[in-house]
Design a protein around this ligand. Structure first.
Ligand SMILES: Cc1ncc(C[n+]2csc(CCOP(=O)(O)OP(=O)(O)O)c2C)c(N)n1
Length: 380
C-alpha cells in the first residue's frame, strides 16, 4: 500500500505544488492527508470535477506549473468538457495530472452505478486520446509512475490520467482527525433527521434522494419500518442532479409534493439548478439540504458550505421561502410553514457528520427500483 504522506512529498519535490479535486472514497486516505497537511493556498476542494480542471488550468496559467487533480471516476464526465475543449493538446495544451479513483474496475465487485463507468474507463481515455496509466500499489513504483506522469504532462503540454485501484492507499502513519462529532454534539445525525423528516412528510409525497449515504439510509429506513419506499427515487449516481430529477418529476406532476433530499456537497456541485427551479416555480417542489458541512459519504472532507447562508441563498435565487433548522424539535413546525406557503421552498437541516458503518445498501436493482417508482407515481 502507498503511504499518502510519502506520495505527496514526492509530488511536491517534483514540482507539483497545487492540488485540487472532489473527494473519492478510494482516495480517502490521500484526500485526508492533503487536507490536513497542505496550506489552503495549495489545496482547493472544488465544487465539481470540471471546476477542478478549471482551477488546474488557472494555476498553470499563472505559475507555469502542473497541478494534481483528484477525483472519483463517477465525476470523470464532469471533466470531459474542460479537458477536451480547453486543456487538450489541440487547444491550449495545459499540463496536469488527474488521479482518478477507479470504482467499478472490471473484476472488482462494486455497486451497480459504478460498473459501467468502471468498465468503459480505459476505452474512454483512449477515445479522448489522453495518455494514461494505472498506479502501482508499491510505493517506489507509484512514485516512479507519478514522475513519468508529471514529466509527460509537462513535455507534451497535456493532461495525463493515472487510474487508482481499490485499496492502493493506506492510512497515513499519523491519521488526521476526521470531521469530529465532538464539535457538533448537539446536532442530530443525518439518519435521525431523515427519519423525523420522512415521518413528517407522510405517505403521499414523491421523494428524490441524493447520492451517497443518505439514499442508503432512506432505503434502510423504509425496510426497517416496513414501508415500500416505492415513491422514493434514489439518485445512486449523478451526484448533484437529484434536484433536477425532482424538478423534472414536478414538471409533470399536477398535485403531489415532490421533495428533493439533498446533501450540501451535492447542492453546491450544481448550484445553478436552484435558479432554474425557482424560475419555473412549481409550488409542489420542496428542497431539503442535509447540511453536515462535509462530503460525508466519501470520508468527510469539507465542502465550502460553511461560508454560505443557504436559506438566504435560496431566497436570493428566487425560491419562495427557505428556513434553516438545527434541532429536530423545530422540524415539524418548519415543514408545516413551508408547505402552507408552497414551493419552491428550501429547508436547510443542520446535521452532524458521520454515518453508521453498517448501513445497508439497496437490495433491488436500479431497474427494479425505477420500475417500482414509475408504477407508483403514474398509478395515482
Ligand atoms: C460526480 C460525482 N462526483 C463524486 C462522486 C463521489 N461521491 C459520492 S457521494 C459524495 C459526497 C456527497 O457529499 P454531500 O452531498 O455533502 O452528502 P453527504 O455524503 O455529506 O451526506 C461524493 C463526493 C460521485 N458519486 N459523483
Amino acid at each position: 500500500m502507498i503511504d499518502p504522506a510519502q506520495f505527496v512529498d514526492h509530488l511536491l519535490e517534483h514540482g507539483v505544488r497545487f492540488f485540487t479535486g472532489v473527494p473519492d472514497s478510494l482516495l480517502k486516505h490521500l484526500c485526508s492527508h492533503i487536507m490536513s497537511e497542505l496550506p489552503r493556498e495549495a489545496h482547493v476542494i472544488a465544487a465539481n470535477e470540471g471546476a477542478a480542471v478549471g482551477l488546474a488550468i488557472g494555476h498553470h496559467l499563472r505559475s507555469g506549473e502542473v497541478s494534481l487533480v483528484y477525483l472519483q471516476n463517477s465525476g470523470f464526465g464532469n471533466t470531459v468538457n474542460p479537458l477536451l475543449s480547453l486543456a487538450d493538446h489541440d487547444v491550449y495544451g495545459v499540463p496536469m495530472v488527474l488521479l482518478v479513483g477507479w470504482r467499478g474496475q472490471p473484476g472488482v465487485k462494486d455497486e451497480p452505478q459504478h460498473v459501467k463507468q468502471g468498465r468503459v474507463m480505459e476505452a474512454l481515455l483512449e477515445a479522448m486520446e489522453l495518455p494514461w496509466t494505472v498506479l502501482p500499489r508499491e510505493q517506489s513504483q507509484a512514485a516512479e509512475t507519478m514522475r513519468t506522469a508529471v514529466d509527460t504532462a509537462r513535455r507534451e503540454s497535456c493532461p495525463y490520467v493515472v487510474l487508482v485501484e481499490k485499496d492502493s492507499f493506506g492510512p497515513p502513519p499519523t491519521a488526521p482527525v476526521a470531521a469530529s462529532d465532538a464539535r457538533t454534539p448537539a446536532l442530530p445525525t443525518r439518519e435521525e433527521a431523515l427519519a423525523v423528516l420522512v415521518d413528517q412528510l407522510g405517505e403521499h409525497t414523491i421523494n428524490v434522494s441524493t447520492t451517497g449515504m443518505l439514499s442508503r439510509e432512506l432505503f434502510e429506513y423504509r425496510e426497517r419500518t416496513g414501508q415500500s419506499g416505492e415513491r422514493d427515487f434514489l439518485t445512486v449516481g449523478g451526484m448533484g442532479h437529484a434536484s433536477s430529477i425532482a424538478m423534472g418529476v414536478a414538471m409533470s406532476e399536477p398535485e403531489r409534493e415532490v421533495w428533493c433530499l439533498d446533501g450540501d456537497g451535492a447542492a453546491l456541485m450544481h448550484l445553478g439548478t436552484l435558479a432554474v427551479i425557482a424560475d419555473h416555480g412549481r409550488n409542489t417542489f420542496f428542497h431539503v439540504v442535509f447540511n453536515n458541512g462535509v462530503h460525508d459519504s466519501v470520508g468527510g472532507q469539507p465542502t465550502s458550505i460553511g461560508v454560505v447562508d443557504l436559506a438566504a441563498t435560496a431566497r436570493a435565487l428566487g425560491y419562495r421561502d427557505a428556513a434553516s433548522v438545527a434541532t429536530l424539535d423545530e422540524l415539524p413546525a418548519r415543514i408545516a410553514e413551508l408547505r402552507a406557503a408552497g414551493g419552491p421552498a428550501l429547508l436547510e437541516l443542520h446535521v452532524r457528520p458521520g454515518n453508521r458503518p453498517d448501513i445497508g445498501r439497496p437490495t433491488r436493482t436500479p431497474a427494479q427500483s425505477k420500475q417500482a417508482f414509475m408504477t407508483a407515481v403514474q398509478r395515482e
